[in-house]
Design a protein around this ligand. Structure first.
Ligand code: GLC
Length: 716
């Protein structure tokens, strides 16, 4: 029974607290904090505890008595997932088909931070329209192993590219009164036994490779939510880690938003004592809908009442959740999102266009459109990916397949013959009959395009998952469904066949790469992907994508598999490679990749000249001229790497420290200028922090990590 005083307070304070704020009158943080203070003062312990754990599959608890609604979350990182009911049952007959954006590695392959922002604006606007408070993205775990089932959702192997791309994405989302959620914190870089593996790494590796993108997400992107990963980190669950959540994230980085767990990632009430603010998941409530059973549920009420858990710790969790609610104007007249607009689809297309990466071109691309007969081979030419792959699935408003894109591009007069060549699914194979049909079609055509690669698995009937998907990793880097044999057969029939590979990461191409003259990496390019692939193949778009991760020739060359243990049967994933992830390993150990980090060709050519380096106090300015020496407009990603010529601790051969994507008209030149501060030259030394050792540094600028065009020594 509420005391008389409480009722009066409610009548006075709650309306005041919940008074509408229009986005234009953004409340100063002091006003928000005092409103939060008022609410917390009114809450019972039970009500506070109700706020810090899930109340259904995708919601966090509210306090109805005080007018505090539930917090509503939704996947995923490249499109707003379909409606789940409160218990995972798909809501039928609801308007929940969304804009399906290119997935993470496709966005990263654009190397275009402005597109990162545009990506975020689409995602934020659609999440807002669908009534979501938090969209569960961006996911930006470092791409450490080529086999990680979720590489397609993430961005890159390089911490600097990672850091630059997440900022725009987060700002784009949060401009629509929706919180972005940086995930999965930290080092969840494989799916193998993800809820139980223990990641071991030293502090230098964490700070130089895995933490930078979180620093920029928090301090530049001002991300409002962070999701703690399933795995352990140096022996402690991420969701239970004082070091990760309090010391680093909330302490050192100054994160003021909320930390949620991955679903069911909280494994005990000890999480309540550290910076875990919101326990998500449903395992503990399945069938009972009693979310009080959560580790951070009823038990916490008792701990606080018995003085075993200081109420101030509980209050801080509630404060952070309420702070996010205020910052997305949940109590105010929120901005209005849009959904499935032509503009959103144009953005999806723009990103797809710039993501397509031309890996090899021996004068076979672009193809002429004037063809009598075109053979299109490969199950991926007609396969749709959006709805699979796990939590990042999207019920796409539409998804243009590569075959449809090609049909949209060519005149009616061109005869297009299609052969799948291989079956996709549990026992999908390139049978002899399918290969024979494909070879016959290729042999009788003027040109041939192969669309193959990986698919986003898994659907229920596929238990032997060899695809890009959550919860499992690939067994190897070889294309599934017997594609290598098929590719060689059609290349023998027509050596000019263009090979297009879709997928989230590297493929072992050794079986056929030397026979192919044209190879294109198409990633998972979203709902407009088919049109973008066709536009690049037929020259309507000049490819400008660059690899955001190394494509090893073979898996054994990858540091995660040659130096380290992956996966390790005793659930220990020891990152023995340390900072030597990706090209840092290949370049330092002088291992030839199939295609290097930062690689991507164009239909035009670029010349680099006039490199000039100057210093002014703590800043180094690097300028150069880039000219388009070809005949068509093109996009070039100018990459700047730094090599420390001599250091007391071993450092990588080179490290990406700046980049810029430029579109240059044929015959034109552009002056590029980079400003480097001391951080571009430092490395982390345990016990001493970030160190700048005076001496010589080589500044390298180029079109990829292995295509350095100009370099000069700078002495600091
Ligand atoms: C999943 C994923 C996470 C997702 C969440 C909700 O297990 O790891 O990325 O956002 O649960 O579906």
């Amino acid at each position: 029974m509420l005391s008389y005083l409480r009722i009066i307070t409610l009548l006075i304070i709650v309306p005041t607290v919940m008074s509408c704020q229009s986005p234009s009158e953004e409340l100063p943080s002091s006003a928000i904090e005092s409103k939060i203070d008022s609410l917390i003062r009114l809450m019972t312990i039970e009500e506070k505890v109700n706020m810090i754990h899930a109340s259904s599959a995708f919601t966090g608890g509210g306090v109805e008595r005080l007018g505090i609604p539930e917090l509503i979350t939704s996947d995923g990182p490249h499109g707003v997932r379909h409606e789940h009911g409160r218990d995972w049952a798909k809501d039928e007959n609801v308007y929940d088909s969304s804009t399906y954006l290119p997935t993470g590695t496709a966005l990263a392959a654009t190397w275009n931070t402005e597109l990162g922002y545009k990506f975020g604006t689409v995602l934020g606007s659609e999440a807002n329209f669908r009534g979501k408070d938090i969209i569960l993205g961006p996911g930006f775990n470092i791409i450490r192993s080529p086999l990680n089932g979720r590489n397609f959702e993430y961005l890159t192997e390089d911490p600097y590219l990672n850091s630059r791309l997440v900022v725009g994405y987060i700002k784009g989302v949060q401009e629509h009164d929706v919180a972005a959620c940086a995930k999965h914190y930290i080092a969840n870089t494989y799916e193998y036994e993800r809820e139980y593996v223990d990641v071991k790494m030293d502090e230098r590796t964490m700070r130089e490779i895995y933490l930078p993108a979180y620093i920029s997400a928090v301090q530049e992107g001002e991300v409002l939510a962070v999701m703690a990963a399933y795995n352990k980190f140096n022996g402690t669950y991420c969701a239970h880690s004082k070091y990760l959540l309090d010391d680093i994230l909330k302490g050192e980085l100054g994160f003021e938003g909320l930390v949620m767990s991955d679903w069911n990632a909280v494994k005990g009430t000890e999480a309540a004592y550290v910076g875990m603010d919101l326990e998500m998941g449903t395992d503990l409530a399945i069938g009972t809908e009693d979310y009080g059973k959560f580790h951070m549920g009823d038990t916490v009420v008792g701990l606080v009442e018995e003085g075993k858990l200081d109420e101030s710790i509980l209050d801080d969790k509630v404060r952070r959740i309420l702070r996010v609610m205020f910052q997305i104007n949940k109590f105010g007249d929120r901005k209005k999102g849009q959904y499935n607009t032509p503009e959103h689809q144009r953005t999806a297309r723009e990103i797809a266009n710039e993501s397509i990466t031309l890996l090899k071109n021996q004068d076979v691309l672009p193809l002429k459109k004037e063809l009598n007969k075109l053979a299109v081979i490969g199950g991926n030419a007609t396969w749709k990916h959006a709805g699979a792959g796990g939590s990042s699935q999207v019920k796409a408003y539409y998804e243009i397949t590569p075959l449809e894109g090609i049909e949209n591009t060519l005149a009616e007069s061109t005869e297009i013959v299609f052969s799948p060549g291989y079956g996709i699914g549990k026992n999908g194979q390139a049978t002899d009959e399918m290969i024979a049909e494909a070879v016959a079609n290729v042999s009788s055509a003027d040109a041939a395009i192969y669309i193959g690669g990986w698919v986003r698995g898994y659907t229920d009937e596929w238990d032997d998952n060899v695809f890009d998907a959550e919860n499992v990793d690939k067994p190897d880097m070889f294309l599934p469904f017997g594609q290598d044999k098929l590719i060689n057969a059609i290349l023998k029939a027509n050596p000019n066949t263009i090979i297009v590979i879709m997928g989230g990461g590297p493929t072992d191409m050794r079986a056929w790469e030397s026979n192919a003259k044209g190879i294109v990496q198409a990633w998972y390019p979203g709902m407009e992907g088919g049109n973008a692939i066709a536009a690049v193949l037929f020259g309507d778009v000049n490819p400008s994508g660059k690899l955001p991760m190394t494509f090893p020739a073979k898996l054994e060359d990858s540091p995660a598999h040659s130096i380290s243990s992956y996966p390790n049967e005793n659930l220990l994933i020891d990152h023995k490679e340390g900072i030597f992830v990706g090209y840092r390993h290949f370049d330092t150990r002088e291992i030839e990749p199939m295609f290097p980090f930062g690689h991507g060709l164009s239909y035009t050519s670029f010349e680099y000249s006039d490199l000039a380096i100057s210093r002014n106090e703590g800043q180094v300015t690097v300028s150069l001229q880039v000219s388009n020496t070809g005949s068509v407009q093109g996009g070039e990603v100018v990459q700047l790497y730094v090599k420390d010529m001599e250091s007391s601790l071993e450092r990588p051969e080179q490290e990406l420290k700046e980049f810029s994507k430029l579109f240059i008209e044929p015959g034109a030149s552009v002056m590029v200028e980079f400003k480097l501060d001391s951080s571009a030259f430092k490395y982390f030394k345990e016990g001493e922090g970030w160190i700048l050792e005076p001496g010589d540094f080589e500044i390298r600028v180029g079109s990829s990590s292995r295509d350095i065009r100009l370099k000069e020594i700078l002495t600091l």
